[in-house]
Design a protein around this ligand. Sequence first.
Ligand code: CU
Ligand code: ZN
Length: 202
Amino acid sequence: MSTTVIKHLANSRELTAEGRDVRTRLGTTLILIVSLAVLIAPARATDLGAEVKLHDRAGNQVGKARLAQQGDGNVVVQVHVHDLPPGFHGFHVHAVGECVPPFISAGGHFDRDGHSHKSHTGDLPVLLVNTDGTANAKLDTDRFAVADLFDADGSTIIIHANPDNYANIPNRYVAAPDATTLATGDAGDRIACGVVEKVVER
Ligand SMILES: [Cu+2]
Ligand SMILES: [Zn+2]
């Protein structure tokens, strides 16, 4: 056997060993990627959702809302209500997951970072209830993630008696919106309430 062949055999052994090494490294990397994907998945999954059963002060269910976490970080809120007074109604996520009539138990508007109204994290577009007492709305918000609503004291969704003015009081009426307006948008009594509950869609 010539030295060239021996050298060649040695090289091919080296290459094979190196190949195996590369394969092992690739395998380890793949396992790591898969494990990471599994670990990261719950936080950014599109399947983390929430459901809210809305009740009036008498305890009758007047509708339902669904919150669906989107892959882009936004949350799609879908709401269907019935048996409510026609017109525009303030509609917000509130800070505490408790609906004891008259729903003051739900606390103020859900918020992070000390905003005032209309910039609260949980401020949403008003709900338009039709003459037949129903409303169907679908909206998209980037102010919170579904997971944010499951903080220590939970969250609620509240429908108010009156429209929300979003603290938009022109200063020809007053010098500035007062504390109530800056906290609530003057949406008045709380006529329906529902606790935000975790749902993982299949
Ligand atoms: Cu509210
Ligand atoms: Zn607000």
